[in-house]
Design a protein around this ligand. Structure first.
Ligand SMILES: O=C(O)C(=O)C[C@]1(C(=O)O)C=C[C@@H](O)C=C1
Length: 283
C-alpha cells in the first residue's frame, strides 16, 4: 500500500503545501498582470509584448537551471502563466504559447517592488501578502528533518566559496544557532569536514532575526553591520563565536554565489521588503 510507505505522508503533506503555494502565486501573478493590462490600456498601449514575454521566460529558464530544473520547465510554466495573464487581459493567447525561450543575451532583473515606485493598486495587492508569522503554522507541517536538509543544501550553495577555502575554519566543531523569530524556525549548524550540517544539539551562539531581515541580508539589500546595529539581527551566547560569524557574513564572497541564486535572493528580498512596508502602511 503506497499510503503506508514510511515517511511518505509528511512528504506528501509538504508537497501539497508547495502546490497550494504555486496556485496562490499563479493567481497573484494573474491579478498583477491584469493591473499591468489596465495601466497599459490607460497609456494607450494594446496587444501583447513579445519581447517582455521572452525576457520573463528567459529569466525563469536561467533561475530554473540554477536550481536544477530540467531545461525548459521553468520557462514552460511561465508560458502557461503568461497565457493566463493574456486571457485575463482579454488578449489573444496563442502567441508563442509553449515555445522555448531563447537563451543567451544579458538578462536584466527588472524587479520594481520598492514601495515608493509601485502604483497604489499594486500596493493594495501587496497588502494581501500575509506577514511571515502567518506562514509559521504552514511551515510547522514541514518535517524538521526535511527543513534541515533544505537548509543544508541552501548553505552548501550560498557558502560554496568559503566552504572550499578556509574562511569557515573557525566553525569547526562549533555549533551556531540560526533563529527565524517570526517563523518560529530554529536550527543549529556545525561544520563537519567541508559541510555545514544541521545538528540536534544546543547552540553555543545564536543569530536571531525575522525572515524578511535575514532575506534582506542574504539578498545583499542590507549589510550585516546595519542589521546588527539596528538590533534587527541579534547575537546571543558565546560572544567570540557570534562576532566571528557576524564578520563572516560581512565578508561573504557574494560574487561567487551562482547568478541565478543571487537573482532569486535579491528578488525574494525586494518582494518581502515591499510586502512588509505595504502591510505596515495599512495602519
Ligand atoms: O508585463 C506586461 O506588460 C504584462 O502585461 C504581463 C505579461 C506577463 O504575463 O508577464 C502579459 C502579457 C504581455 O504580453 C507581457 C507580459
Amino acid at each position: 500500500m503506497v499510503e503506508r510507505t514510511p515517511g511518505l505522508s509528511p512528504v506528501r503533506l509538504a508537497i501539497d503545501g508547495v502546490d497550494d503555494g504555486l496556485v496562490v502565486l499563479l493567481a497573484a501573478r494573474a491579478r498583477l498582470a491584469q493591473l499591468a493590462g489596465r495601466l497599459k490600456a490607460q497609456a494607450g498601449i494594446s496587444g501583447r509584448d513579445s519581447r517582455r514575454e521572452q525576457r520573463v521566460r528567459q529569466r525563469a529558464e536561467l533561475l530554473g537551471g540554477a536550481l536544477g530544473l530540467s531545461p525548459g520547465v521553468a520557462s514552460g510554466v511561465l508560458g502557461v502563466a503568461i497565457g493566463e495573464a493574456c486571457r485575463a487581459q482579454g488578449l489573444e493567447t496563442d502567441l508563442d504559447q509553449g515555445g522555448q525561450a531563447t537563451t543567451g543575451g544579458m538578462i536584466v532583473p527588472t524587479m520594481q517592488t520598492h514601495t515608493s515606485s509601485v502604483p497604489s493598486a499594486a500596493q493594495s495587492l501587496l497588502r494581501l501578502v500575509p506577514p511571515p508569522k502567518r506562514l509559521a503554522p504552514l511551515l510547522k507541517a514541514v518535517p524538521p528533518a526535511l527543513q534541515g536538509r533544505l537548509l543544508e543544501r541552501a548553505m552548501a550553495k550560498v557558502l560554496a566559496g568559503p566552504l572550499a577555502g578556509d574562511a569557515l575554519e573557525f566553525m569547526a566543531g562549533r555549533r551556531l544557532g540560526i533563529e527565524v523569530s517570526d517563523l518560529g524556525l530554529r536550527w543549529v549548524v556545525e561544520l563537519q569536514g567541508e559541510r555545514l550540517l544541521v545538528v540536534d544539539a544546543p547552540a553555543e551562539a545564536t543569530v536571531r532575526g525575522t525572515a524578511t531581515d535575514l532575506l534582506l541580508l542574504a539578498g545583499r539589500l542590507e549589510d550585516a553591520d546595519t542589521l546588527f546595529f539596528q538590533r534587527r539581527l541579534v547575537l546571543t551566547g558565546d560572544v567570540e563565536l557570534g562576532l566571528t560569524a557576524r564578520n563572516l557574513l560581512d565578508r561573504l564572497p557574494w560574487e561567487k554565489v551562482p547568478l541565478g541564486l543571487r537573482i532569486a535572493l535579491n528578488r525574494g528580498a525586494r518582494f518581502a521588503q515591499a510586502a512588509r512596508s505595504a502591510y505596515h502602511s495599512q495602519g
